[in-house]
Design a protein around this ligand. Structure first.
Ligand code: 8Y4
Length: 284
């Protein structure tokens, strides 16, 4: 596998030390108010949250305007741009690679023009025009698997063999992106925890991260932070899922995940430091 993930202005090392993945922090983009006051407040709080994550050791900042939660309503293009573009402009020179969480080709184009380094597309660049929107840049691309769409994905998720099907889907998407001339050094795969999956499916994917990563030979991102799979196992509400999320993160790292998408950067970095110290051999 490649040594670096090409990520716009950055080349992120993928094997800094064994068991020390990159940490992608989820930036809160509060939608709420439509008044200018509300927008200003949303921007200010997003910027201070980004600053906090940087101080805590984040490696990539993921900016998302569209809620990807199960059953969430679709966001019109103009509103998504109004939410994310001011944040991208304000964080352009923060020193960390900026990822934009979007499925919309027009948002991808504008974000890249504004300096985004990575596109995180939970639909795997399946929208018409998505591949051409990203192909002439050098931004990193996260290709995620999702069964059906955010509105209906949790209705009745079903697979014959979830690991085989997710791997096959990702393989097809990689093929199409490479056919468009996109270099593999820009690509990262993601099984899409919680996106059209039951708890059993999520656990099977988690236990097989190493196999999926090895089969496709690309870096793998795992995003389980605070998700319902953690709630199902622990019986905890979303605000009480930190310990469970840290445990899931370490399980993913033990399986060979290269990037963790998390809400709690400081705690994840601490957990990784201890894990790393406890697992590293003297000669590494
Ligand atoms: C509580 C907090 C409960 C958050 C659920 C959630 C992924 C992702 C999301 C992922 C990649 C989420 C945008 C869902 N998950 N992108 N995005 N991988 N690449 N739900 O797993 O965080 S949003």
């Amino acid at each position: 596998m490649q040594q670096y993930l090409q990520c716009g202005r950055y080349r992120l090392p993928l094997d800094r030390q064994r068991f020390m993945p990159l940490v992608m922090g989820v930036l809160n983009v509060t939608p709420d108010s439509f008044s200018d006051g509300g927008r200003f407040h949303s921007l200010e709080s997003a910027l201070s949250h980004a600053e906090q994550m940087i101080a805590e050791g984040v490696d990539i900042i993921d900016v998302g305007g569209e809620s990807s939660r199960p059953g969430a309503p679709l966001l019109p293009l103009e509103e998504e741009l109004r939410r994310v573009m001011p944040i991208l402009h304000a964080l352009r020179d923060c020193g960390k690679p900026l990822s934009i969480d979007t499925c919309k080709p027009q948002v991808m184009r504008e974000a890249i023009a504004a300096g985004a380094d990575m596109i995180n597309d939970i639909s795997g660049f399946r929208a018409e025009g998505a591949v051409s929107a990203v192909k002439d840049s050098d931004c990193g691309l996260i290709i995620m698997h999702m069964q059906s769409d955010p509105q209906t994905m949790q209705v009745k998720p079903a697979y014959q063999d979830v690991v085989a099907e997710v791997t096959a889907f990702l393989g097809q998407r990689i093929e199409q992106l490479e056919a468009a001339g996109i270099g593999r050094s820009r690509l990262c795969i993601d099984p899409g925890f919680g996106f059209g999956k039951t708890l059993a499916h999520n656990l099977e994917l988690l236990k097989n991260i190493g196999r999926m990563q090895g089969a496709l030979n690309l870096p793998l991102l795992a995003g389980m932070s605070r998700k319902s799979m953690i709630g199902s196992i622990t019986g905890r509400q979303v605000e009480d899922r930190l310990a469970g999320s840290l445990s899931a993160a370490l399980a993913a790292v033990a399986q060979g995940a290269h990037i963790l998408r998390v809400h709690d950067v400081a705690e994840t970095v601490d957990a990784l430091k201890v894990w790393q110290a406890a697992t590293q051999n003297d000669d590494e």
